[in-house]
Design a protein around this ligand. Sequence first.
Ligand SMILES: NC(=O)c1ccc[n+]([C@@H]2O[C@H](COP(=O)([O-])OP(=O)(O)OC[C@H]3O[C@@H](n4cnc5c(N)ncnc54)[C@H](O)[C@@H]3O)[C@@H](O)[C@H]2O)c1
Ligand SMILES: O=C(O)C(=O)C[C@]1(C(=O)O)C=C[C@@H](O)C=C1
Length: 309
Amino acid sequence: MSAADQPIYGRVALIGLGLIASSMFWGMKRAGLAGEVTGYARSQETRDTARKIGLCDQVFDSAQEAVKDADLVVLCVPVGVMGAVAKDIAPALKPGATVTDVGSVKRQVIDDVSPHLPTGVHFVPAHPLAGTEHSGPESGFAELFDNRWCLLITDAETDRTAADNLARFWRGLGSNVDEMEADHHDLVLAVTSHTPHLIAYTMVGVADDLRRVSESEVIKYSASGFRDFTRIAASDPTMWRDVFLNNKDATLEILGRFTEELFALQRAIRQGDGDHLHDYFTRTRAIRRGIIEAGQDTDAPDFGRGSAS
Ligand SMILES: NC(=O)c1ccc[n+]([C@@H]2O[C@H](COP(=O)([O-])OP(=O)(O)OC[C@H]3O[C@@H](n4cnc5c(N)ncnc54)[C@H](O)[C@@H]3O)[C@@H](O)[C@H]2O)c1
Ligand SMILES: O=C(O)C(=O)C[C@]1(C(=O)O)C=C[C@@H](O)C=C1
């Protein structure tokens, strides 16, 4: 990753010092994207850890102090508290500053944050499509966003200079950047991220109900599929509670469709309808192959791509 010729922002403030903020910090340092990075976390323990590991050039004990004089303020807290944090920092924001967030849900965050921001402060919501099941200030790493998408939420009201600078910033962190409208974002993410997480949580819960996980049988005899489910189901409970509560309509819509398909598959199994199962699995296999052929899955191994039995 090549370093920027000069910082894009003189001062960047990170509010909430967990996985995403810490990854952004190390990524900014790697590429020289900010003159100075300040930070604030709600708990004393997190602030102490951040100071100990050198996360942020300065860690403040209040969010207002952290955002003072910042050219870019990044809200890196769970989506359910974005509005409260925006309200808290609003009086201390520098005129002309850009406020952004990294929340996994966009419409509700926009509705919660926008009313608090003073005129002259530009709000450009964003969502990096990158993460892990880990959380907290020690979980971040500079490479997290490399070759991942970051979606900026824009519309006719968006300040173009603010959005273009933020796009440059995310490219500097290693991401590919695209722009999208908020409701569309929430529907797409309900399909690609939110509902799959709920399914993983459920499947691991079901296995646990069978009292096999803790006895290690399920893990011992599982191939990568179920292990991936357990990784996903280890994701932060607060973050994911907030995702579902704040992307209710889209998640319920996709979950409804999912349940209908699941019932159809359940009926096919009960009735011994092999054609239904085979046709369904043939369709889904073609989708996976299309993703790989389009070069969209950089993690996919080479083997097995060609076998079309
Ligand atoms: N983890 C992922 O995979 C991922 C990926 C993309 C986007 N996101 C989004 O990024 C945001 C942060 O997620 P994360 O994974 O970094 O979480 P995290 O749990 O690692 O960090 C969140 C931080 O916010 C702090 N916090 C909570 N409430 C606060 C408040 N009221 N005021 C100040 N700080 C507060 C927590 O103490 C914690 O330090 C969330 O909105 C999430 O939806 C997460
Ligand atoms: O890889 C993971 O652990 C993730 O779950 C990352 C993931 C995703 O679903 O892809 C999770 C939530 C985010 O909002 C963005 C990315």
